[in-house]
Design a protein around this ligand. Structure first.
Ligand code: NAD
Length: 376
């Protein structure tokens, strides 16, 4: 069983899909691990560290040759996989809806592509969930990015020269990223409030010492669909939410938006008029910018200034913490592959009737086989 760890070729991608720790664990299971030269450099992992953990190193063509499985953070370009063995697995965050042509390319190569972001949100799969591990770090980094752009302090400070008041931080969307953003902003001493469409988050917001801001007047809305994800809200709810947010946002210094609805563009939560109502020097971080953005005027990969307010739209925020993001991502991959490891076969085996296999398998035998993709 040969596992190839590819160097990420996408612009701005600093993470890597295996660390010396996971290389050691894979070799412990009896696998041979080949790492593309320089794969870990941008995540502060040297080739020597991989070699010391038991990996061999080499150029791309050499690590791919004879590999039974390729590991990546993002999906590799099919054109870069010449010589791939028939039936080899490609295990990575494959962005199946956004990169559909690439998925067809994997099918044409005869590969079995497994999309880690399609991991079902079930207890058994929690340790394999790349969306959670990476969103958690993104939520933390969003607060640090806000603090870096903000020309004032976060905590209240009483000094001989007078008092500095605490920053008011508002978190919109309280999933994994939002919860970590609340906790991080609280640790920095900010006054934090938060909102979500899922009623269950109210309790979580309170338990982190923040103030919940919720639409109360539109009854009968739970906002939670399958797998703990949000659903699209009614027009009545959206209007009530916009009104509530307008009055609240005008009093905030920092707003962090994280709202996503799976398979749809990100919901628009902040209009240009609402941005204009904030005080100059305020900062908005739009973590949903690559999925269409929660904030009007946000641009992916840019910091724009509108009405004296900075709107920050960094791409690939987990990659901004490449070392930790790689460590968690690599463990997610190992946790997944080791659970399905078949000792006799000396490799992981995914039973066809397994919920995880059905959810993440995109291609097999030259065909696209994933139900979610075929339903598109
Ligand atoms: P997400 O990234 O899909 O969305 C982020 C947040 O935005 C969500 O809380 C969502 O409710 C919210 N949102 C959507 N539309 C909104 C709107 N119009 N206004 C305000 N907020 C809006 O969510 P996520 O971080 O992936 O987490 C979703 C849920 O899944 C959470 O309950 C989380 O605890 C759960 N989860 C479960 C598992 C597991 O059991 N294995 C793993 C991870 C997450």
């Amino acid at each position: 069983m040969k596992i190839a760890v590819l160097k990420e070729l996408a612009a701005g991608e600093r993470r890597v899909s295996a660390t010396p720790e996971t290389v050691k664990k894979f070799t412990g299971l009896g696998a041979e691990v080949a790492v593309e030269t320089g794969a870990g450099a941008s995540a502060s992992i040297s080739d020597d560290a991989y070699a010391a953990a038991g990996a061999t190193l080499g150029p791309r063509a050499q690590v791919i040759a004879g590999a039974d499985m390729l590991l990546g953070v993002q999906g590799p370009d099919p054109a870069s996989l010449a010589g791939l063995k028939q039936g080899a697995w490609i295990v990575a965050g494959l962005n199946p809806f956004g990169e559909r042509a690439r998925v067809d390319g994997y099918a044409a190569l005869g590969a079995e592509a497994l999309a880690m972001e399609f991991m079902p949100r079930i207890t058994r799969a929690q340790s394999m969930d790349i969306l959670s591990s990476q969103s958690n770090l993104a939520g933390y980094k969003a607060v640090l990015d806000a603090a870096a752009e903000y020309g004032r302090a976060f905590p209240m400070m009483m000094t001989a020269a007078g008092t500095v008041s605490a920053a008011r931080v508002f978190v919109m969307g309280v999933g994994v990223a939002g919860l970590q953003a609340i906790a991080t902003a609280r640790r920095l001493g900010a006054q934090v409030s938060a909102t979500d469409v899922r009623a269950a988050t109210k309790e979580q917001i309170l338990s982190l010492g923040a103030k919940p801001i919720f639409v109360e007047q539109v009854k009968g809305i739970e906002g939670e669909g399958t797998g703990g994800y949000a659903t699209e809200m009614s027009d009545e709810y959206k209007a009530a939410q916009a009104e509530l947010v307008s009055s609240h946002i005008a009093k905030q210094d920092i707003v962090i938006t994280t709202a996503l609805i799976p398979g749809r563009p990100a919901p628009r939560l902040i209009s240009d008029a609402q941005v204009a109502s904030m005080r100059p020097g305020s900062v908005i971080i739009d973590l949903a910018v690559e999925q269409g953005g929660n904030v009007e005027g946000a641009l992916a990969g840019e910091i724009v200034e509108k009405h004296g307010v900075k709107i920050v739209g960094h791409r690939n925020v987990p990659s901004r913490l490449a070392a930790d993001a790689s460590a968690l991502f690599a463990r997610n991959l190992f946790n997944f592959l080791s659970v399905f490891w078949d000792k006799e076969a000396g490799r992981p085996v995914l039973p066809d009737d397994d919920e995880i296999a059905q959810a993440i398998r995109l291609t097999r035998g030259g065909q696209v086989v994933n139900a979610r993709l075929l339903a598109q």
